[in-house]
Design a binder for this molecule. Structure first.
Ligand SMILES: Nc1ncnc2c1ncn2[C@@H]1O[C@H](COP(=O)(O)OP(=O)(O)OP(=O)(O)O)[C@@H](O)[C@H]1O
Ligand SMILES: [Mg+2]
Ligand SMILES: [Zn+2]
Length: 288
């Protein structure tokens, strides 16, 4: 909407469809409530014909550049893969505990002309531009928490063993990737999570994919709990379990030796090793 010839609102065109085929556009605030290492995050509201019309959303824009479709494609691919793994994990634990928000991609339709004024009071780095691509996600109400980081760090006070087990499961089930960087909101025993990271053997999951080094770094701080202790970790024959070697490490593996197939390379120095992909069955549910 225009006031005296000046555009008032930040808005998007209709997004790509969500899992049910609904498309939404968003109107959102004139300054981000968060600017992280990668994105500016705005609070907004969804418009459209679907059931989520008039619900709160977040709009995420690339912080350091004009967002293109190619910027968000890998993000969607990560969420697609993480969601498929969450589905099989949920079947395994017999509860719908883990889900990921779907990032709907949309083009900016209008950018408010009042932003320069707002910027005086609410300093922020991002300069939105018309036609740049952003994503729209459901707004997560409640305490937004980080359950594990992209390098596997775990909040020692977190009761969220199931999220740590999920990350471990993703390796166990695929032997080629680990889904981590789990952040979002716990609603009872359910975790609604947003934009995770995948580290993969092929390094094909976008900018945040740390490849084999990322996988190893994740497992070097992952500590198994009673859900995941029998599951496979990366099989790296020449490197010992953290418990047995003298490397500086904040959270060494404390699993019984017979189960310990977490191999810990010297911290931050494991970029060259490619884990062996075993021919063994992918998953043995009787051990869960
Ligand atoms: N769907 C959501 N609902 C509510 N808040 C959200 C949502 N997604 C992200 N946030 C908020 O925005 C912050 C940053 O989001 P995100 O991790 O996607 O961006 P980032 O650039 O990687 O930021 P950081 O470097 O802080 O991780 C989160 O810590 C959270 O506070
Ligand atoms: Mg982040
Ligand atoms: Zn584990």
């Amino acid at each position: 909407m225009k006031i005296l010839g000046l555009e008032r609102d930040n808005t998007t065109l209709m997004s790509s469809p969500d899992a049910f085929g609904w498309e939404y556009s968003a109107s959102f605030e004139l300054y981000p409530f968060h600017e992280g290492k990668d994105r500016a995050v705005y609070k907004g509201i969804m418009n459209g014909r679907g059931p989520q019309r008039a619900q709160l959303c977040v709009v995420k824009a690339k912080l350091d550049r004009f967002g293109s479709p190619e910027d968000w494609e890998p993000v969607q691919e990560v969420v697609r893969r993480a969601t498929a793994l969450a589905t099989s994990f949920n079947v395994l634990v017999n509860a719908r505990v883990i889900s990921f928000l779907w990032p709907k991609v949309a083009e900016l339709s209008t950018v408010s002309d009042f932003t320069p004024l707002i910027r005086i009071f609410k300093k922020h780095d991002k300069y939105l531009k018309k036609e740049e691509m952003v994503v729209i996600e459901d707004f997560l109400e409640g305490d937004f928490e980080t359950f594990n980081s992209t390098v596997g760090w775990i909040d020692p006070h977190s009761k969220a063993d199931i999220t740590q087990a999920f990350s471990h499961y993703t390796w166990h089930a695929t032997r080629s990737l680990v889904v981590c960087g789990l952040q979002g909101v716990a609603e009872g025993r359910r975790f609604r999570l947003t934009t995770p990271t995948i580290h993969s053997r092929d390094g094909k999951y976008g900018e945040s994919d740390g490849g084999v080094a990322g996988v190893m770094e994740f497992f070097s701080t992952h500590r198994c709990n009673n859900i995941c202790s029998a599951w496979a970790g990366p099989d790296v024959p020449d490197i010992k379990c953290a418990r047995d070697i003298n490397v500086h490490h904040p959270r060494p593996c404390n699993r019984p030796r017979r189960n310990c197939n977490m191999y810990i390379p010297p911290y931050h120095s494991h970029v060259d090793y490619v884990p062996k992909v075993p021919s063994a069955p992918i998953f043995d549910s009787t051990r869960f």
